[in-house]
Design a protein. Sequence first.
Length: 151
Amino acid sequence: MRRVIPFIASNYRRDKIWLRRTKPSKREYQIMVAIDNSRTIMQECGVGPMALQTLCIVCQAMAQLDVGEYAVLAFGSAKPKVLLPLGAGQQHAASFGWEQARPLLTEFTFEEESAESHNRSFADMMQLSSSLFDERRTARARCGRSLRSCC
């Protein structure tokens, strides 16, 4: 009986390739990518399109490598925005494609500007990311399980 179950699970072949991806990865990182959405830096210097290309490549790589949870933030306006929230049970955690990238790319206009954006935007973004990490940590503690099986 011990040999029959693996034989059936491997589509009646004598290999154990079906066992390769059954073990969950031990990587449970929480990563936040933040991009400046202000006009001064990104549009006037001409680095906005390159930043968006890099964002898509990094998100695809993180999804393919199964690094854990990742989020995308935009700062540079009066308040920072969470464009992709941090969480384990989300669509972008498994794969990142055009469907997930389209809303992100439309949010980045590189036209944002406020009176205090040069002084406060980065600090506000750091406070927001810290609070998001804290929320995720308390949600994980409430569940009492790992991030993969939590909420």
